[in-house]
Design a binder for this molecule. Sequence first.
Ligand code: PEP
Ligand code: MG
Length: 534
Amino acid sequence: MAEPLKLKGKSASPGIASGPAFLAEEPKAPSAAERPDAATAPGTVGGFGALEKAIDISINELERLAEGADAESRDIIDFQIEVLRDPTIAEATGARMEGDQNVVFAWVATLDAYIGELEAADEEQMRARAVDILDIKNRVLGALAGTPIADFPPGSVFVGKDMEPSRFLAHDWSKGGGIALFAGSTAGHVALLARAKSVPMVVGTGRFSVAEGDPVSVDGDAGTVVLQTGGMLIPPLAPPQAPAGDTQTESGELRTADGVPILISININDPAEIDTLDPATAGVGLMRSEFSVTSLADAANEERQLAIYRHVMEQAGEKPVTIRMLDIGGDKPLAGLEDLPTLDSGLRGIRLLLARPEIARVQARALLRAAVFGRLSVMLPMVTFPDEIDRMREIFREEAEKLGRRSLLHRMPPIGMMVEVPAAALMLDTFGSAAFFSFGTNDLAQYLAASARDDIDADAGKAAPAVLRLIAQAVKLTSGKPVSICGDMAGNPSYLPGLLAAGLRHFSVAPARRPAIRSAIIGLNADGTRAAGE
Ligand code: PEP
Ligand code: MG
């Protein structure tokens, strides 16, 4: 059994507590069936009225929390209510909305600016207030999306970067438990509350990893946290990560009949699909994030996105995961965005993300933070021109800098692109800053055949020779970078000979298509010809 690991932090509240770890950022990634109906959530579409309503809901929640609370707790809740009632915050949000920002993004941007100012303050007292404002931000965001802040099991040890006061206040501490924070402050409101309620608390341990439910002890007298099993301290600066595709051959024991290694990854649409990842799978070749982020409120919610991506990364373990940024627009609407006057049918995928950078920036931050938890690559949808990649890279760079300033652990993932627009496929050699390529034959076939997405099924067979020829040409332009295919053609055994002949060696398919593709590959040579005796 692994030795217990003792981590030194600062005592924020005395006493000793032990219990199963509750990981604050541990995802509770809802499946599609569990998702609240984003379209009916108050305020996903609404304007200033929706914000006012969400603020009212939040104030009511806080007032309920204040009932029966002790004097110290009430002081903190009153402070939060006061901030929520402060007209300047609503006015600043309103001003951003006049600048064409959606209500949720305007709210997030206003509160983030406030939090940023507090975090940059010289005095610790001021810096410690940042988490109170973060708390308010998330509460109102939850009210806008119809998803309240979740409690955690009584008796557990809360583990996370920081803790919001309302989480502390809503929790039942009579069953014991404690708090272990990577960052946090002894001067913060939660520390004050913990001392008042005699909840052992240690802050400033630095980031450590521990599995949900593993035993953790908090020694608030000595200022230490003891991880009883299998925990480890994560160094603050993670080493740069190699593109996921570079080392993928490690896991590929599948070979063509003439011995050429082939990788089969899976495409996932719902994060829950990762829970049943087959050990023979090379990894996740495509996660369509737009199926997990289905409303503007979700798109504005960095923590929720981080939880979803982190869940996928942790379930994938050592295996590489490629998460595609939101491919919204066209046939994939985002609830709350469809009524914007700027939205036209050509504005889809990366183009829309660059036109609405506030959406891209939140997702970039969530992805940068999720990258710490495994081998993440980020894929850009519907790329047409090289400068689109450069501009998105710049967004990642800027957001990484912001995360660094806030001491939030993150890592720059390799950024690659879907090849699903014919203009890009023909010019792949000009996409110098793409780290890898993945062919999206669904859109490639549609745009090559001047077909509509809904009609392409009927035309797919007829369009396939043109798609295959284009892919064969494009593969020659990839300059040795990792290349795969994740469009539906990859999951159809009848196209395998053509795709192998085009030079493809990595296929990402729907989980249900994997067995059929696997057995088809065994009967084929790497040039796509049938193996002798087949
Ligand atoms: C594709 O276009 O082939 C693809 C994989 O993307 P999506 O089906 O999500 O448009
Ligand atoms: Mg596509």
